[in-house]
Design a binder for this molecule. Sequence first.
Ligand code: TZP
Ligand code: MG
Length: 229
Amino acid sequence: MDKTKVSYSLYLVTDSTPAILGDKDICHVVEEALKGGVTMVQYRDKQSDTGLLIKTAKKLHAITKKYYVPLLVNDRVDVALAVGCEGVHIGQDDMDLETARKLLGPNAIIGVTAGNVLEAASAVEGGADYLGIGTVYSTATKRDTKHMIGPAGVRNILEAVAVKMDKKPHVVCIGGIGAHNVQRVLLKASPPQWPLDGVAIVSAIMGSQDPQQAAKELATLVATPAFPL
Ligand code: TZP
Ligand code: MG
């Protein structure tokens, strides 16, 4: 897959916990979301052991490939390598970007979580393909988040990094985003010199009883810029 052709506009991040996935099948939910229009998928599973992670990631990869959508694995470079999927998403406590790039190679998509200017600048410097900025709003999906930065916080980070760096990787934001606020978030979080490419979403799709419809609605909203009122 040519990583320069990838769209970051509606980025689905999975969750396997009963609170969000319930008794639904992860592969079914992801396929429905792909039919609805998600453009990128991250397999995020903090509970399963390595064997199950690899097994599930392989199944998900067989599905995402049918839709020409990249699959990334959260945290685990070893799982991404085992599966041969398109990349990884690493946080500040995971494997460092330089090592991940060495292991995965130049064609892999590597995304990095950034919650402040320092983290974002170092990810840009290190050659991240995209930044996942957040947490935007408080969310039950990630309870360990200490502070929420809001759309203005995302914008401030991008503005500050833009003046220091020539490189501008793709950027999405994450945390508490759904159909009710996605247009406002994109509008308020995007500085003119470095607009967001899209949003990353967990519960608004994974927790929906109709993930295809949820993704469809979000895809339409993301493609329809809000008016600055
Ligand atoms: N990182 C920051 S917030 C978050 C992650 C993985 C979870 C976002 O979940 P939701 O359900 O889209 O608010
Ligand atoms: Mg992580």
